[in-house]
Design a protein around this ligand. Sequence first.
Ligand code: CTP
Length: 405
Amino acid sequence: MGDVKRVLLIVSGGIAAYKCLELIRLLRGREISVRCVLTEGGAQFVTPLSLAALSGDKVYQDLFSLTDENEMGHIELSRDADLLLVAPATANLLAKMRAGLADDLASTALLATDKPVLAAPAMNVRMWEHPATRENIRDLKSRGIGFIGPVEGEMACGEFGLGRMAEPEAIAQAVAKTLESAGAPGGRLAGKRAVVTSGPTHEAIDPVRYLANHSSGRQGHAIARALAAEGADTVLISGPTQLPDPAGVLVRHVASALQMLEACEAELPADIVVCAAAVADWRVQDQPRQKLKKNGKAAVIQLIENPDILATLSKPSTSRPRLVVGFAAETQNIIDHAIGKRDAKGCDWIIANDVSPESGTFGGDTNTVHLIDEAGVEDWPTLTKDEVGRRLAERIALHLGGQGR
Ligand code: CTP
């Protein structure tokens, strides 16, 4: 039984609470044990008896219950789990989570935890779109809380839109994936801090236009997820992408190269830096404050070079990260150019990859890379970007002397 993962399921007060019963069944079917905390609101929609019957465990409801505190205090309740899942997560509970309120057992367990937290919001579309909820979600995401849904559909209140809780199967899948990659305290990179850049940067031309590139951010996000799975305390500095924030990783969202550099520097010191972002090489000099107007003539935009983030972080100093890894996006003479880039930028390793349109790397699922370090060139087979991330995290763990789980 030692390897069975444990989820603390917090059921708050929404009509979607009935879907939790199916969710518990699906989680247990995946060999994940479930213990439930039911809020006062949640108990209006689902009974403790049905949760207890399906989870096969006691259901906890009261912060100040003497018997509960004796058996399992609220701190132990959250510490004993490998992951906390809030489903359904009401607008109210999300607001409490953001504010750090602890006025019932559910919010107290959420404040006391040091484990990954996933939330499956469910609410009326207007509540979901309200600026207060938007800000709460943005803030919770930036603290590393993972979100599943909501999805679009018909709601119990008769309206249609975004706000329905994700289906139990999707939630169960997300839980299983997060448990697989959760920053395990026993991971080989436990105690190490990693900073990863990912995605493109957007360089404003004027207040409404920008310069960008085709990077999807998939490789950088996969690396951040894999480093967290090895136990590293991981911060992902992400340019604008369409990707969800990986659970268990703290994500800082930026737009331009200058912002990305500033965000990276603010996260130092770190043991590991991986620069996977496709940083724009130039930005517009003297950016106009107003929208540029056509005047029948050719438009001239003066570009100046952006700072090189990888080279800046690789500079020798007492606070230089122990391992700095860069990428070399090339379309020809891949290895030669990448070796030159490693020398020029002063990083320890460089991952060379072919980004010519024929390779399908930009935006695709796979990547064919070569790892270049001082010892030479290692050719990796074509792998999915997730696998490249895992293999790189493993290499990093071995290099930094990880002991294995
Ligand atoms: N990089 C960076 N900051 C920049 C430009 C690049 O941190 N301003 C990093 C990338 O994240 C990557 C590495 O440098 O890890 C190489 O990026 P790449 O685009 O391949 O090379 P460039 O330095 O931009 O050179 P060129 O475009 O001339 O090939």
